[in-house]
Design a protein around this ligand. Structure first.
Ligand SMILES: [Zn+2]
Length: 100
């Protein structure tokens, strides 16, 4: 039976205890950050670990319903409609939402 082994990793990986240990001369921030205060930059990491800082942006999104009439016409609805009128054949169609 297959299982997950705990100590299967490479021998040269630092242990969690070593990673969590702050060097004695490194500044250690305590307490929580005030609103709007920037997080301190990471200045030191254990050897072999690369840290890349990137700007995090924001995006907006909407779910769009693609409706496919039995006549072959496709169109989009911005809301989860139960029924719609086909713009091509004029048929009132019940919309069954299929799982992805
Ligand atoms: Zn149609």
């Amino acid at each position: 039976m297959a299982g997950i082994k705990d100590n299967d990793g490479p021998e040269d990986l630092a242990s969690l205890a070593e990673l969590m240990q702050a060097p004695e001369h490194a500044p250690v921030a305590t307490g929580s950050l005030a609103e709007g205060e920037a997080t301190p930059k990471i200045t030191r990491m254990p050897e072999g670990i690369e840290v890349v800082e990137r700007r995090l942006g924001h995006a907006t999104a909407q779910w769009v319903l693609q409706v496919h009439c039995e006549c072959g016409r496709r169109w989009f609805e911005m809301d989860a409609v139960e029924a719609a009128q086909c713009p091509r054949c004029g048929l009132l169609v019940l919309v069954k939402i299929e799982p992805q």
